[in-house]
Design a protein around this ligand. Structure first.
Ligand code: ZN
Length: 451
């Protein structure tokens, strides 16, 4: 958070005229004085916040996700203090992984304001990675030039799954067998795309329009998706589950059937929200649509430069690698490293010069749901207790391993019932959306209507 200027919506009295013998360090200040500071009295450091409240970790999220601008003075001081006071015992993430997610474009050179050749060029020059949230319906429409571009820059450009047909609320339904049919169809299309073009994809669902039901996440888990990514943490069920601030501040939200839901944000949510996510140990996931690339990528590069200018090193990766590397770890007194993984896959490395033991756990209340745990060297023995599955791994110096948890399928797909009219409507919708993005929005931009 260091160096940021934030428009906080909460007010707090400022402290002035403090005894200079208290060796004060200003941590959060405004034009009038300090609202959070560290002081020292007879060698004992203490912290003082003038905010009149602290965040309640058990309170419910009532908006789409936590917005730091609404709670800056009640949230930041306590987190800064905890990170300072418990540097060893608190779990940490090893690095800050980041990825830019661009929703909707088919793999054609140009789509609206987005030119994928230019994007790869900008990604190299400004140091970022992009995952195209790819609509499986487009699986047979990719052009060779763009496929070659993705193969040339696999660390900069990758693919994730964006719905199936991208029709309204397609993952908002609560009917599990319909959801299974949708998810299987999405996978089948993505696999056909991979076989046709030799281009792999990340088995991560990015929900169209941000709409999902709790059952949709349950089905994605059974279909062995690694995670889902969304702008909102609240499902669109008639009576959505209560989501607490504590759950929202975790690396991934695990409340929906112990399946990881990672949050992403629009640049309009402010650099301070991204910085706070990173401070909490969450990955830095940015979402844009093609229109954010207008004005020759000026808005995008300005924002990416701001992110890369934060006082931490962002590791830009494919969305799949971001999820695999989003875990917390701490060293136990025995020397074993305790790891909490969130995604269905984990990339673990032994960076030490000696053989290292890892004790890994993942939240899973239903042990019957788990089919197996597999690492590079084969099936791993696991046990279940207190709502977690746990297993151990030993890695030689500089060795790394990919661990995957797979789940049993319990729901059969609903029979195919797509009518010719549905298929026609879906195709019309996609082509109309593309016409809007390719012609209408650029025209509006020329007229100065887009800001
Ligand atoms: Zn979309």
């Amino acid at each position: 958070m260091s160096g940021l200027t934030v428009s906080a919506k909460q007010a707090a009295p400022v402290l002035t005229g403090i005894d200079t013998s208290l060796r004060m360090t200003r941590l959060i200040s405004n034009a009038e004085g300090s609202v959070f500071m560290k002081m020292e009295h007879e060698g004992v450091p203490f912290f003082l916040s003038t905010a009149n409240s602290l965040v309640d970790l058990d309170s419910s999220i009532t908006t789409h996700q936590f917005d730091l601008r609404e709670h800056f003075l009640s949230a930041v001081p306590i987190i800064m203090y905890v990170r300072w006071a418990f540097p060893e015992s608190s779990c940490k993430q090893l690095e800050c992984s980041a990825c830019l997610i661009i929703d909707d474009p088919p793999l054609k050179v140009s789509y609206g304001f987005l030119n994928l050749r230019k994007l790869s060029d900008v990604a190299l020059r400004h140091n970022f990675s992009a995952s195209i949230a790819f609509i499986p319906w487009n699986w047979s429409r990719s052009t060779r030039k763009v496929i070659d571009l993705f193969k040339q820059y696999p660390k900069r450009l990758s693919l994730s799954v964006h719905g199936c047909d991208h029709t309204t609320s397609e993952f908002g339904t609560r009917d599990k067998s319909t959801l299974v049919r949708k998810v299987k169809k999405a996978i089948s299309r993505m696999q056909s795309h991979e076989e046709k073009n030799g281009l792999p994809y990340d088995r991560i669902m990015v929900f169209p329009q941000g709409v999902f039901s709790e059952n949709a996440l349950q089905v994605l888990k059974e279909q062995n998706f690694v995670a889902a990514v969304n702008t909102s943490v609240r499902s669109t069920d008639p009576e959505p589950r209560k989501i607490t601030l504590a759950s929202c501040w975790d690396v991934a939200l695990m409340d929906y059937g112990d399946f990881p839901l990672l949050t992403r944000r629009y640049p309009s949510e402010g650099i301070e929200n991204f910085a706070f996510d990173i401070l909490l140990g969450k990955p830095c996931l940015v979402v844009i649509h093609h229109d954010f690339c207008r004005d020759n990528y000026a808005h995008l590069t300005k924002f990416i430069d701001q992110l890369n200018g934060l006082p931490c090193t962002l590791s830009w990766r494919s969305l799949g690698e971001v999820v695999r590397r989003s875990f917390r770890q701490r060293t136990l007194p025995s020397g074993t490293i305790a790891v909490e993984m969130y995604g269905g896959e984990l990339r673990l490395s032994n960076t030490f010069s000696a053989t290292q033991n890892f004790s890994i756990r993942r939240r899973e209340r239903d042990s019957n749901a788990v089919k197996e745990v597999v690492s590079d060297s084969g099936i791993v023995d696991w046990s279940h207790a207190d709502g977690y599955i746990t297993f151990s791994l030993e890695l030689n110096p500089k060795e790394s391993a990919l661990i995957r948890i797979t789940y049993r399928e319990t729901v059969s797909p609903a029979p195919e019932d797509e009518t010719a009219l549905y298929r026609l409507k879906t195709a019309a919708r996609r082509h109309l959306c593309e016409a809007r993005d390719n012609y209408l929005q650029p025209a509006l931009n020329v007229l100065g209507v887009l800001r």
